[in-house]
Design a protein around this ligand. Structure first.
Ligand SMILES: Nc1ncnc2c1ncn2[C@@H]1O[C@H](COP(=O)(O)OP(=O)(O)OP(=O)(O)O)[C@@H](O)[C@H]1O
Length: 315
């Protein structure tokens, strides 16, 4: 009901006026995580797996997520895939708000907006169906024939057309993962999420699976997020996001140099309120603990250990 009168604007009108002209965080991002928190409670013990994580991913990007065991990578992927609901914050994928979805929205989201590839090859495919039947199954379940991709075309794109009539037991681990990518793409999702897709494979198979992911990203324009420990994957994407203690802590950007070589530059991530995680090896090398001294220079900020200034400094 609109209760606005000539003199009393509604709350949404006031919000619109206040926000006019101001950029909204992640307004154009395909995937947006804003101050995302996930707390697990088991037997009275709380584990804060995501501690205010910020992340923006553009449409059509292929990014890798890396981080130590327990840093929150799988938790993040579970939230983005709609399998898990965050405790607080904002998560939006392709325009869908993941915190306010109804059960029906969630089912539609998981079937049609995102595709998922697990590390365990056996978890991705039904063992008694052929590759082609596996790819057609999600289309049948979603009743989505109009928007679905053609199973044989997908298998061809991912380099496993020869496996169309084989069951998973008759394929190598790498072939199974490439068919799994086809299954994830069957309903023409906007985003695919993969949790350690090459974790169980040797380097040759890993390379083929990564090439298949890259083809899906480039040829179909699907946004792809890959959690990985595999340098072969993390060192070949344009952007690698590092997660530490449930927050994004670093980003490595890669671009082609003028000589054709790849230039990789690592950045620390500055969050929306100005927090920065300094790499642990930097802080321990300079014995930085608890607090540091900051100095604003013309073109950078200096960070100094908290120790008494030397007499030279004091002069
Ligand atoms: N279902 C759960 N119940 C309780 N705690 C959990 C649950 N799932 C994850 N955690 C905890 O949350 C934190 C983050 O776990 P998560 O699995 O997201 O890390 P990860 O970076 O994916 O680790 P790995 O690389 O080992 O898979 C860990 O401390 C973990 O023990």
């Amino acid at each position: 009901m609109n209760t606005s009168t000539a003199n009393t604007p509604t709350l949404s009108e006031l919000e619109a006026r206040a926000g006019k002209g101001q950029p909204v965080f992640g307004e154009h991002a395909h995937i947006l995580c804003d101050n995302l928190v996930r707390i697990y409670k088991t037997e009275g013990v709380e584990v804060v797996a995501l501690q205010g994580l910020d992340l923006l991913i553009d449409k059509g990007e292929l990014i890798a997520i890396v981080g130590a065991s327990g840093s929150g990578k799988s938790t993040l992927l579970n939230v983005l895939s709609g399998l898990d609901v965050p405790t607080a914050g904002l998560a939006r994928v392709a325009g869908t708000d993941l915190l306010s979805m109804t059960a029906k929205d969630r089912l539609r989201y998981r079937r049609q907006v995102v595709g998922f590839i697990w590390q365990q090859t056996a978890r991705n495919l039904l063992p008694y169906l052929t590759a082609r039947e596996n790819v057609r199954l999600p289309v049948k379940l979603a009743g989505n024939r109009d928007q679905a991709a053609d199973a044989d075309e997908l298998l061809e794109l991912l380099g496993v057309a020869n496996c169309a009539d084989r069951r998973p037991g008759q394929m190598s681990g790498g072939e199974q993962q490439r068919v799994a990518i086809a299954v994830a793409l069957a309903n023409s999702p906007e985003v695919i999420l993969a949790d350690e897709p090459t974790g169980e494979l040797d380097s040759e198979n890993s390379e083929q699976v990564f090439a298949a992911l890259r083809s899906a990203n480039r040829e179909l324009g699907v946004t792809a997020v890959v959690v990985t420990h595999d340098p072969l994957v993390s060192e070949q994407v344009d952007r690698t996001v590092g997660i530490r203690d449930g927050r994004t802590s670093s980003e490595t950007l890669r671009r082609e140099g003028t000589d054709g070589g790849i230039i990789a530059e690592e950045y620390a991530v500055l969050d929306r309120v100005g927090r920065l995680q300094l790499p642990r090896d930097f802080t321990s090398a300079l014995n930085m603990e608890r607090r540091v001294r900051l100095e604003l220079e013309r073109d950078h900020i200096g960070v100094w250990p908290d120790k008494p200034r030397s007499s030279e400094d004091a002069e």
